[in-house]
Design a protein. Sequence first.
Length: 444
Amino acid sequence: MGAILAGGQSRRFGSDKGMALWQGRSLLDHTREALAAQCREVVVCGGENAAIATSLPVLADCPEPDLGPLGGLCAALFHAREAGFDFVLTAPVDAQPVPANLVDTLSGDGPAVLAGHWLFGLWPSDLAAALEAHLLGGNRSVMSWVEACSARQVALAGPPPLNINTPDMLAALDRASALGDAVEVHAVRELDFATGTASDKARIVPLETPVAIEFNGIGYAVMMATPTDLDDFVAGFALAEGLAQPDEIEGVQLHQAGGGWVARANLPARSMPRILERARTRVSESSCGICGIDSVAAALAPLDPVDAVPPQVDPAAIHKALSAMRDHQQVGSATGAVHAAAFCSHDGEIVRLREDVGRHNALDKLVGALGREGIDRQNGFVLLSARCSQELVEKTVRAGIPMLVTISAPSSLAIARAREGKLTLLALARSDSALIVNDPHRLF
């Protein structure tokens, strides 16, 4: 049985979130459709919204009113047990989009929830009495119940749903939906340096994914790209590589595979010698860490988490480092055309800084300097004057540095790899604020 948790008061949103429109339909309807595809029956746990506009059965909180989402879950468990259902699949109405494979993701022994999104859960209905006793004992937090019933916390493959707390967040989700495969929308928090407080925001980020290019059946390269207009990308890449003119390509076949894309194209016979030569000898023209890798799987190789003590950095230290960085950028000040990578102490002092025309090279130089001079890489954070791309995240994690701050925005894959590597990640760092993109140790 599916249960939509829709009993909140929507104080920050200003109106009933369940009735708010996304892509021309209510959030309640989106959630109903997603659960109906995975469950034989769907109910609404209405809580204080007993008059919610729906044709679905609406359940009041159990064992008493005003118990929050656990009161709705308790009502759903009792209802499911009486109706002969063994499990209840729950989804909050204000977290979208609902993952299409929730049941498969959460299936296993006992109860399970999505890590970081505990209201997405799969609950045995025979837990009804235990949850009722838990609530009557004065416990109302969702995490208290997750821990009490030993629910498994399962990581979700791909971007997590967005918790829609404000109309601006819903507007960001709507705008991102209209842009299709070019973007993702992520929940972040904006850290105000003046007050040290953080507020919920939604950030639209460009989608970044590996695209493996095969010419005439031969793996040629894997490039990181936004997966839109890939036919044009392959044609332009073939021209740039000196292999063929765009009008000589017979057609590009596109296939999704292993978290990325494979693009296959046939080029003229005269291109074969150069294809073979470059396939054998292709090397990286920069230290981006991706050129020449010939498979999507290799591009997305597992990333071991940072094995370091969580950083103890406060907002004032980040602001101090940002304010001091420009004075250390000698080449940048003279040319306005290079990137900088700085290693900063916990209190915001610039310990070392390196510059290069390539943002990846600047970070490599910095990590090399720290290693050669025996500076403890775990005892501070990196500050970069660059866009936050996946390779910069991966380099920071592999260097064992627990925190990265960048002055520009992240890509989707940078966020995913930061989560995988348990890297504290801040982006769009400015004189007044920064976005908290990943905070695995809850520093902020």
